[in-house]
Ligand binder design. Sequence first.
Ligand code: PLP
Length: 414
Amino acid sequence: MTETISTSREAILLEDKYGAHNYHPLPVVLTKGEGVFLWDVEGKRYYDFLSAYSAVNQGHCHPRIINALIEQAKELTLTSRAFYNDKLGLAEKYVCETFGYQKALFMNSGAEANETAIKLARKWGYTKKGIPDNEAVIVAVKKNFHGRTTTIISASTDPSARKGFGPFMPGFEIVDYDNVAALEKALDNPNVCGLWIEPIQGEAGVYVPAEGYLRTAAQLCKKHNVLLMMDEIQTGIARTGKMLASDHEGVRPDLLILGKALSGGVLPISVVLADDEIMLVIKPGEHGSTFGGNPLAAAVCMEALQVVKDEKLAENSQRLGVIFRERMQALMKKTSLITLVRGKGLLNAIVINDSPESETAYNLCVEFSKNGLLAKPTHGNIIRLAPPLVINEEQLHECCDVIEKCILEFKKTS
Ligand code: PLP
């Protein structure tokens, strides 16, 4: 391949012409990343405040993770699971010991890990709980985001995720998030095999449930013999100030679903963790993936998680998250453009004083980018702010200054 791109305009026109229009990116064309920074093709430097939807918690192109990638790539990249390889078992042991489970099942994308959890919950429901064939129900919640497959969107309540993509998979019941009474009622159905939730709803706009909700949900699952399926793909791996967001309430899910930062953004890796009683309901030949558990991913995953531990990223996220929200709360007193700031650790959102259908959040993100900071709206009036967890306090203050300047000036000109 000899063609190269030298201007942003060229790249945008090319993607527009040859690529599917399934995203609406900010008009920024990136070519390099290092730590908390990204550079565009014209050489402008930005702070990354999205972290590829929390996949790059360890910072862009972390030298240790890249080194693990290169070293393993020189030896062996893919065998398929038709044979054993000398890295997968090590990675399985590593994640089991890190998160406290007996078994791990590696996949690639987050959606695949959620699909795996759905199959595990259903099979467990039939073989262990005694649910009649084909009658298993999974309880999910409003405004969830678990991925884009046709089964997953069957449980979505977002019209843009569903419209035009039916017919949908049966077997889901949807209740209000953060509503214990609704949950209790739904779990009363003896055909329920799983409760499928995010500990904080990331894509919905960083909705943090009331203190105690997750703990009560876990207790209700125990009481009704239902598996707690926790999607920590966005919230896990130090993003919210603890290794798992579930740790804030001392909750141990029956099925723990992880993705994104398992690789530090280097390649797609996801995993489902569970104990033997649940994981071993799936037998050889019943589930799999050609790339799932490949030795390249296994080597990268171990190094990516070790970086999180060695660099104390959960502690950094916890400490800087408090400072960030204090800065945003102080900003709220100077403007009516922001109505709310919420989040945990370095997973935060600001809510803009406009309708969810408005373009205000997008336009503000364009202003942020002109001032050297990249963030993306989750809805017309919500901006998620989630830098790599390797950011330091001085850098965080510099970013808060940029956000503050843009918001105060935006108010003046709009
Ligand atoms: N689950 C959650 C909570 C997510 O935030 C995402 C992606 O944003 C997914 C699942 C889907 O992951 P992937 O895009 O890797 O399929």
